[in-house]
Write a protein that binds this ligand. Structure first.
Ligand code: ADP
Ligand code: MG
Length: 311
């Protein structure tokens, strides 16, 4: 089911256009990654989708509340009940404890004390913060602070969670931790929209991706479809005896190959057609008795796709 529809949305700050004619749909259960260069308008798009700012033109619609499509700004209080937002800077109060913060945010959403308590217990267990309720938020480790921030935006059990650069300042271990948490939240049935310039992170967790370029959503769709439409599969090969590499390179050049990258031990080959190229190479290796150490067919990375889009 379609949950959010961004329809022909444009946004200008004063007279400077930032986004033009953006169209984007989010389906229930999606884990959508929004990517784009710094300053491309990711945060602006999230702010439009969460109702923090109004479009200069166009509309954002939600079907989350009742099933029928409603315009966000006309039904903001109702729709906000179904929305959680995690900004990239922490918005909790460092001088309050974890429990006090969650009560504060729960009250903002109009929840009763027993409901907050109930939701809090589940969330703390889920984010492995149980037992730390009485600790001051400002004194928690960085990873725990990030988890608390996410708890604060989930206290009202929203259907949609929107996060702006949730892993921005985290070291790789903590980044992994947060990515896993987002996947788990998504598995619990929460639709997630996440803006990030960490393409590797997006690639690991998202089923869909939207690329912002030149002030608009340049491409969006299933991650695999977006990848396929911009870059082909390639394969890598490494030989046991490096001496024979020039021979292999010479032979490979006779195949319909678009690009070849020599990484020393490993050659990266981008043929027009991976399957037939791999077959030819296997035959070549046998015929010429070239001993290969390994050979691997790989899909394009989101990084490659991003580079192609920005060429
Ligand atoms: P991103 O999140 O992709 O880095 P932003 O949405 O933050 O991009 O910003 C997009 C553009 O809009 C930038 O050029 C930024 O300077 C401008 N911008 C963002 N917020 C405001 C604002 N409140 N007033 C004026 N310009 C803004
Ligand atoms: Mg931003």
């Amino acid at each position: 089911m379609e949950l959010i529809q961004v329809k022909e949305v444009s946004k200008a700050y004063r007279k400077t256009p930032v986004l033009k004619n953006v169209n984007l749909t989010v389906t229930e259960g999606d884990l959508l990654g929004i990517i784009g260069q710094s300053g491309s308008g990711k945060s602006t798009l999230l702010n439009l989708m969460t109702g923090f700012i109004r479009p200069s033109e166009g509309n954002v619609f939600y079907s989350a509340a009742t099933g029928d499509k409603k315009e966000l700004h006309k039904h903001l209080p109702k729709i906000k009940k179904h929305l959680g937002y995690t900004p990239h800077h922490n918005s909790f109060y460092p001088q309050l404890t974890i429990a006090e913060n969650l009560f504060h945010f729960g009250r903002l959403y109009g929840l009763s004390k027993p409901t907050i308590k109930h939701n809090m217990e589940g969330l703390l267990a889920f984010t492995k913060l149980t037992g730390h309720e009485k600790k001051l938020a400002g004194q928690l480790s960085e990873g725990m602070q990030r988890r608390l921030e996410i708890c604060c935006s989930l206290i009202h059990k929203p259907k949609v969670l929107v996060l702006d650069e949730p892993t921005i300042d985290l070291d790789p271990m903590l980044e992994q931790e947060i990515l896993h948490l987002l996947q788990d939240i998504n598995k619990q049935g929460v639709t997630i929209v996440v803006a990030s310039h960490h393409l590797n992170s997006i690639e690991k967790i998202c089923n869909k991706v939207a690329v912002i370029k030149d002030g608009t959503v340049h491409t969006h769709g299933l991650l695999d479809d977006v990848k396929k439409s911009y870059a082909k599969d390639h394969f890598t090969i490494s030989l046991h005896h490096k001496k024979r590499k020039p021979e292999l390179i010479a032979k490979l050049k006779s195949l319909p190959v678009e690009k070849m990258v020599d990484h020393g031990n490993r050659l990266e080959i981008y043929p027009n057609n991976v399957e037939s190229a791999v077959r030819s190479v296997v035959k070549l290796v046998e015929d010429e008795d070239l001993h290969i150490r390994d050979m691997d067919v790989r899909s394009p990375s989101l990084n490659e796709v991003f580079e192609k889009i920005h060429e």
